[in-house]
Design a protein. Structure first.
Length: 403
């Protein structure tokens, strides 16, 4: 008796041989595979078939892959979108991520077993995860309507509690800070001793333990530094100190650092400047770097291997001598629950676990606060295929760069 295949993927390519190859390679998989030779044929299939994943070529006559995926996003936003293409040019990939909201970009030549099957497994898992989230959200919404009357009174109590908690948090004593600094000093000492042990002769298990201790200490030190910075910014103890920033060089160095971090996790990072960047601007360089790095780090940590992280930067004049630096960072991770967007920007509430180690849940809070101190803002959005963070901060064009 044949087992019903409930999951379904639609492949779109104007080359018949490509579709035949995919059909042969996926015939024994636990999902149905449908095939279309054009974008219009794909839309006709989507209108009558319950498709969860679509995989499209980019270069096709009449309707190209990007146009098709944009239309699929409008009509069927829940469908997970992938690209299977021979085009690996940066602008093509960035357009697919930004405009097509794709989950994966698979470049030819590809392997059925090593590239296609793993990508489809992740895509179906993501689809099912989002369906579960939507069901949970619907149930919560129904429950919220029932509880609305009771919550009206509760809000007043919560508001007062938050006010008291905020006052307690802002009134940290110098003694408390010194205690945290002593903890940081101990962690630094343990990390340095771990390095000494690591260089010695140890058996494999002991070496793994030493490396883990070293990394844990470094993570804790990094977390404490974020706590110190957040507190200093919130208390107004960190004054804005402007400097002349060579913008193209700054983004080139940032690009290299993020590329290295992304590659270590099997991700692709792409940077694109929209228009010409001014040679020099005046801004608080250190805080700008920290702000961007926190978001890049968050994007990389929350994207699975094979994903893409894209950065677009643009500078626009808003008045004489003053410009607005806009930076948009997108990833193809699992996205953000829209009901938790505000919560994610609050300190110490979103710390989860990264590779088994606890995180502090303060990085995005620091980034948001820095954006505010630089005369701008940070917006976080979860789209149907990943996460998007937009920074807009003011920067003065350096006089030496004018003309």
């Amino acid at each position: 008796m044949a087992v019903e295949k409930k999951r379904c993927v639609l492949f779109v390519d104007d080359e018949q041989r490509v579709l035949k190859s995919l059909k042969r390679g996926l015939i024994s998989e636990p999902y149905r595979a449908l095939f279309a030779l054009s974008g219009m044929e794909a839309l006709e299939i989507l209108a009558v078939e319950p498709v969860q994943v679509i995989v499209s070529d980019m270069k096709m006559p009449e309707m190209n892959g990007l146009e098709l995926l944009q239309e699929v996003g409008r009509q069927y936003p829940e469908v997970i979108r992938l690209v299977l293409s021979g085009y690996s040019h940066t602008s093509t990939v960035i357009a697919a991520v930004n405009e097509g909201r794709i989950f994966r970009y698979i470049i030819k030549p590809w392997s059925i077993d090593n590239d296609i099957k793993p990508a489809l497994t992740e895509a179906f898992a993501l689809f099912e995860h989002r369906i579960e989230e939507r069901g949970a959200a619907d149930r919560l919404q129904a429950e919220a309507q029932v509880l609305k009357g009771e919550l009206d009174d509760g809000r007043k109590v919560i508001s007062q509690t938050k006010k008291v908690a905020s006052e307690i948090y802002l009134r940290k004593t110098s003694a408390q800070r010194r205690s945290l600094e002593r903890v940081q000093g101990v962690l630094n000492y343990i990390a340095s001793q771990s390095i000494n042990l690591e260089m010695g002769e140890l058996d494999e298990e002991s070496l793994k333990l030493v490396v883990e201790i070293k990394q844990t200490c470094r993570d804790a030190i990094d977390g404490l530094e974020k706590v110190f910075l957040f507190n200093a910014l919130e208390m107004g103890e960190r004054k804005v100190v402007d400097g002349v920033l060579k913008l193209p060089q700054f983004f080139a160095e940032l690009n290299a650092s993020v590329n290295k971090m992304a590659e270590s996790k099997g991700l692709t990072f792409m940077f694109q400047a929209v228009g010409e960047l001014p040679e020099q601007v005046v801004t608080y360089i250190e805080l700008l770097r920290v702000m961007l790095w926190e978001v890049f780090e968050n994007a990389v940590q929350n994207s699975s291997s094979g994903g893409i992280v894209v950065c677009n930067s643009e500078v626009t004049a808003i008045s004489e001598g003053v410009s607005q630096l806009s930076v948009t960072i997108r990833d193809t991770g699992s996205g953000i629950d829209r009901t938790k967007l505000k919560e994610l920007q609050q300190p110490f509430v979103c710390g989860g676990s990264s590779k088994g180690r606890p995180t502090w849940g303060v990085g995005l809070s620091v980034a948001r606060l820095i954006a505010s101190r630089l005369g701008g803002s940070m917006k976080i959005g979860g789209n149907d295929q990943g996460c998007q963070v937009i920074f807009e901060v003011e920067a003065r064009v350096a006089s030496s760069a004018v003309g």
